[in-house]
Design a protein around this ligand. Structure first.
Ligand code: A2P
Length: 279
């Protein structure tokens, strides 16, 4: 599998496995074990997903060397701030049965819509992340769902720039302003819901392109993200779909087809934004 280099020299797989809700109605340990068997090496969890324990068990049971896996978790919205973030990290690490994380993210930014001191809150959370990074407990630190205003406010006083920003990213929802800012600041973009949570799978343009390449729409969405330099994090509970979603490195989407997908009108977005989420 191709790897990409983060700004601090750490390598990360160029596609990962998203675990949000995949453990809700299925045997969580089995789903994560299947994903590792299918070949995923980047596992993306979060305290808010309530499945870190299952992810930890699956990692243990896989027998893989720790350095063969790239494990991400995120600090929950209810744990923002310096002390709470340190405590939350400690709990995540214990649930995952690990002694370090490869990547730790602020799950959602504090936002002006709910927190008058949102800039201060995000800075305090970030200070705790910087401390954990400096102590060697996290290999890379980053943010998630940060829009331009959150990035700009964080970067000014931050001593360490985020290495990653994980945002919703799929055909029809490219958030070009955020992605361009990240490119200019050497922040790697990860994409959640790279299939638009199935909302894109019957899109006529994507179906037409998929037909021409002899690929599934899901594979086109994922390959398109990779060619745009974004690390997609698809989810699935099906071992077959897990595997086919990884099988995207043997073909290239042409520039003209990339342009067609890049130019899609807004399609399939979740509507989840820092100002619309609950906390
Ligand atoms: P399933 O778990 O049954 O495979 P996203 O990653 O954009 O959030 O989308 C996740 C959703 O897409 C899940 O409902 C998952 O269902 C479905 N899915 C994942 N991979 C594929 C695929 N290759 N073909 C069709 N549906 C898929």
């Amino acid at each position: 599998m191709e790897k990409i280099l983060l700004s601090n020299g750490i390598t990360m797989p160029s596609i990962g496995f998203g675990t949000y809700r995949v453990t809700d109605h299925a045997d969580g340990v089995k789903v994560i074990s299947d994903a590792i068997k299918a070949g995923y090496r980047l596992l993306d969890t979060a305290s808010m997903y309530r499945n870190e324990e299952e992810v930890g068990i699956a990692i243990k049971e896989s027998g893989m060397g720790r350095d063969e896996l790239f494990i991400t978790s995120k600090v929950a919205n209810t744990d923002r701030g310096y002390d709470a973030t340190l405590r939350a990290f400690d709990l995540s690490l214990r649930l995952l049965q690990l002694d370090y994380l490869d990547l730790y993210l602020i799950h959602w930014p504090a936002d002006a819509s709910k927190d008058p001191d949102w800039k201060g809150t995000n800075r305090d959370t970030w200070k705790a992340m910087e401390r954990l990074y400096n102590e060697g407990l996290i290999k890379a630190i980053g943010v998630s769902n940060f829009m331009l205003r959150h990035l700009a406010a964080l970067v000014e006083p931050a001593r360490i720039l985020p290495m990653v920003n994980q945002i919703e990213y799929h055909p029809g929802w490219m958030q070009p302003d955020v992605v361009e800012w990240c490119r200019q600041h050497n922040v790697t973009v990860e994409g959640w819901s790279p299939l638009g949570r199935t909302r894109l799978l019957e899109n006529p343009l994507l179906m037409d392109i998929a037909d021409r390449y002899g690929k599934s729409v899901a594979q086109i969405c994922l390959r398109w993200a990779v060619q745009n330099g974004v690390v997609p994090l698809p989810k699935s509970v099906s071992p077959e779909r897990m595997k086919s979603n990884l099988d995207i490195f043997g073909f290239t989407i042409s520039d003209s087809d990339m342009n067609l997908i890049d130019s899609m009108p807004p399609t399939g977005e979740s509507g989840l934004m820092p100002e619309t989420i609950e906390f």
